[in-house]
Design a protein around this ligand. Sequence first.
Ligand SMILES: Cc1ncc(COP(=O)(O)O)c(C=O)c1O
Length: 453
Amino acid sequence: MARQHDAADLVELGKRHLLHPHVRLADFETTGPTVVVEGEGAVLRDTEGREYLDGLAGLWLANSGYSREEIARAAYEQMKTLSYYTLFWGWSNPPAIRLAARLAELAPPGLNRVFFTSGGSEANETSIKIARLFWEGMGRPEKDLVVTFQQAYHGVSYGAMTATGLETVWRGFSPFSEGFVRVPPPYGYRCPHGKDACDASCADALAEAFEAIGPQRVAAFLAEPIMGVGGVIVPPPGYFQRVREICGQYEVLWIADEVITGFGRTGTWFGVEHWGAIPDLISFAKGVTSGYAPLGGTLVHDRVYEGLKRVENVFNHGFTYTGHPVSCAVGLKNLEIMEREKLPERAAGLGKTLEARLRAIDSPHVGEVRGMGLLWGVELVADRATRALPDPVTIGWDVQARCRQRGVLVRGLFPGNIVALAPPLVVTEAQLDRIVSVLADSIAEAFRQAKPA
Ligand SMILES: Cc1ncc(COP(=O)(O)O)c(C=O)c1O
């Protein structure tokens, strides 16, 4: 894989010209970037020749692994045949149509129409706008509020950011969009409803929230099947079945944000399949192309589509890159590979191995291990019995840094004591063993050397 790069030049140019998400800009002028040049399977390499075993699949998305020639060829063939044309005003292209049809086959029954975007934030914007437009079409435009979870992450564009329940994402960016109400998530380990044993009654709390807001005002409930960035929070069995009933009862559209959980990540094509409940809209992105090209979108249930058809105006929503033929061709090839190599099933099988290895970590500081398929979170605590937060609570970011020094990439999550794992679905068992052993060593070292805040 090795190739020569003028690393020092790249770092200097990067410091001078490239703005990065999630770095403190003043510090970055000193530290500069780590420049990644190659990837293969679950392994990345930087300009210094250092290798990283990627325990987070980039940003939870490299499901089919890095740098497959077959996908590169699909992009190449599409680029030299038709590089771009719009989907506006009824124009179309073969990959967009074929991918929409394939997604309708893979999705739960009834979700038969697809609107394409460039990523997850735009997908959520689209889902929210479709939900509001649906109620407009149904003659009930006063139903315009969107209910989301505290702690959830839905993206950074204004609507998606306001839907997001993490203070750190909003800071400095007010004024925000209007029309969002946040409710506590189904976080069994630290139950916001004060239950000692989880009984899924948190779904009933959602009904109470609809009552309190006034259901005649609520357009949609937007939630991830498993919260990713917000702490890898897995709702209890029965939760989304109950959500489905409640949303039906209060005439609220249920939008599942499957940006992380879609496309095999949790061991099924879509995360909601674990609950056997069918949403009205699904936002997707990331794994649809495994990151080979930017692509996202919204899957629309037939009953929502019927409401949209009643709207007099044209469907006034579209991005320049909606249905981009190259991204869609890449998506088709990626899904073909995922199906051929049975990657969702592989995630389900390897997920059991990963779960067993994580549960076997011998540390009094591992409070909870939770997840599904190849999406896992390890919540770190000061003491397992009391579940007290560690001091400092940000120790998960320290663990992340120590893992990185040992050549393994994992991610600390807000408020800093949760470590996330979501390797590519092509990861091997030996690689999983290494990820967990490095994680265990890093946790032990971080707690040994912790300096209380
Ligand atoms: C659940 C969820 N929704 C939406 C987004 C936003 O996607 P994007 O960064 O592609 O805009 C993310 C990104 O991590 C996400 O995890």
